[in-house]
Design a protein around this ligand. Structure first.
Ligand SMILES: Cc1cc2nc3c(=O)[nH]c(=O)nc-3n(C[C@H](O)[C@H](O)[C@H](O)COP(=O)(O)OP(=O)(O)OC[C@H]3O[C@@H](n4cnc5c(N)ncnc54)[C@H](O)[C@@H]3O)c2cc1C
Length: 439
């Protein structure tokens, strides 16, 4: 059966998308464009190039059978939507014209223009797009993984499909004591999310009349509440109004869930503080996938794919580009950033294919809808250097209802129906219409 499957996979282009490839397969594939990772960036880029190139010229290497719209996990944690509402099958979001190999990248061999996979396949490419995202690194905090997996513990995380519904369970069960929210000492996706869930929990506690018996603590490794001064100022007013205790440069070091204790350490010191909690929400440390960290020719010291921050091209190997959370561009790691990056990458890769220099430049755009309560949101939009670049014709540092519904309803619609199909390039055009006179 395995031999039959192997022969069929080699002889019939495109068949792989229907199979989970078995371990005894050692097939060799070749393509014009190989996309590693079928998440936000990978699907978007695959759609763009599958449309331009003949059938099966694009291969997507992605192990998961499902694709999630992660930005809604914050509202899963707040009990507004269910995790199932954020899921689609991977096959339904990949372009029909591309070939899906359901497997893990194991090694990139850039000199040979080849990627090897966990199941023993080899994929030869002419051009490579790395879109492998960020993964949670639970092992970095002793006791965290055990605590998350203990259903009876009050420890959860909106950063994982497995634990985001548990966040709302914990919020509902909380009656009094310390509700602690953390931010780790690594690069993370959506740097606003760890505080958004604290604000939503505050609103829920208010509604349930337990807020007066609750001490909300936000322990962040950062020295500020948010990296863009305009929005940091607005968020400090929210923090003050909600009476949230913020401890800067404070990092979660250990979870002792049987005792309901969390150990923190100062970022610049060795002083440990142990805090007891009634609920603990953790934004876990994150890292790029192992295969990428091991590709020493391609990554920086932290394991992120090295690309030019404007063109998104790797400087050593011009036929390699990167998009999304796994690259070393100094922007906020968000799906909103990918919406702008995808057009730049498309145009620049087309130039590379025609032996021209890449000309399009990514301006570092990212957006973060900072939910401040049920029905309210500060819609932060900014470019490299933390310069605000707002789309709407009002001051987006004010808490607005419209921004909340954009986050909850409009952005998911754009994501599933336009962005993953490769047609959405961020709000620049809309901005020119709505906001023609702003810088
Ligand atoms: C709680 C939360 C809230 C967020 N809120 C917002 C928000 O409000 N606004 C916003 O714009 N963004 C938000 N984001 C961030 C956004 O979801 C991410 O920035 C975006 O999805 C990253 O896309 P990506 O393609 O880089 O990575 P991903 O979408 O994570 O895709 C990476 C893919 O690579 C695959 N992969 C991993 N290892 C391998 C391997 N060895 N071989 C092959 N494939 C592999 C994975 O299976 C995955 O499918 C939020 C994220 C979270 C978790």
């Amino acid at each position: 059966m395995n031999i039959l499957r192997k022969l069929t996979a080699i002889a019939t282009p495109g068949i792989v998308r229907n199979f989970s490839v078995s371990t005894s397969n050692n097939a060799t594939y070749s393509c014009k464009v190989l996309v590693v990772g079928g998440g936000t960036g990978g699907c978007t880029m695959a759609a763009k190039f599958a449309r331009r190139l003949p059938k099966d010229s694009v291969i997507v290497l992605e192990p998961s059978k499902d694709h999630y719209y992660q930005p809604l996990w914050t509202l899963v944690g707040a009990g507004v939507v269910r995790v199932n509402d954020t899921r689609r099958s991977e096959v339904s979001v990949l372009p029909k014209n591309a070939k899906w190999i359901r497997d893990y990248a194991e090694k990139i061999l850039p000199e040979k223009n080849k990627v090897t996979t966990k199941e023993g396949h080899e994929i030869n490419y002419e051009y490579l797009i790395v879109a492998a995202g960020l993964q949670n690194d639970y092992k970095k905090v002793p006791g965290l993984y055990e605590a998350l997996n203990d259903k009876s513990s009050c420890v959860s995380s909106i950063f994982d499909k497995e634990y985001c519904e548990k966040t709302f369970e914990n919020i509902k069960q909380h009656k009094q004591g310390n509700a602690i929210f953390t931010y780790p000492d690594t690069m993370i996706k959506c740097p606003g999310a760890p505080q958004k869930i604290a604000y939503l929990a505050d609103s829920y506690f208010e509604k349930m009349n337990v807020r007066s018996k609750t001490n909300i603590i936000y322990n962040t490794c950062l020295p500020v509440i948010f990296g863009v001064p305009k929005y940091a100022e607005a968020l400090m007013k929210v923090v003050k109004r909600k009476n949230i205790n913020v401890n800067y440069k404070t990092v979660l070091k250990e979870v002792r869930h049987e005792k309901k204790e969390a150990v923190f350490v100062g970022k610049d010191s060795t002083n440990e503080i142990t805090m007891d909690y009634s609920m603990l929400h953790v934004a876990p440390p994150m890292q790029t996938p192992e295969f990428l960290r091991n590709s020493s020719q391609l990554v920086d010291n932290c394991g992120f794919l090295e690309v030019d921050m404007y063109t998104l091209q790797n400087q050593k190997f011009p036929n390699i580009y990167g998009i999304g959370d796994c690259t070393n561009t100094p922007n906020s790691k968000t799906a909103a950033a990918i919406a702008q990056q995808c057009y730049v990458l498309e145009q620049n890769l087309l130039s590379t294919m025609q032996k021209n220099e890449p000309k399009q430049k990514y301006n570092g755009y990212g957006a973060c809808p900072l939910l401040t309560s049920y029905g309210k949101c500060i819609l932060a939009e900014f470019t490299y250097g933390g310069i605000p670049r707002e789309t709407m014709p009002f001051n987006q540092a004010t808490e607005s209802r419209i921004a909340y519904y954009m986050k909850k309803d409009l952005f998911p619609f754009i994501y599933w129906h336009i962005m993953l199909k490769g047609y959405y390039h961020g709000p620049e055009k809309i901005r020119t219409l709505l906001n023609p006179f702003r810088a």
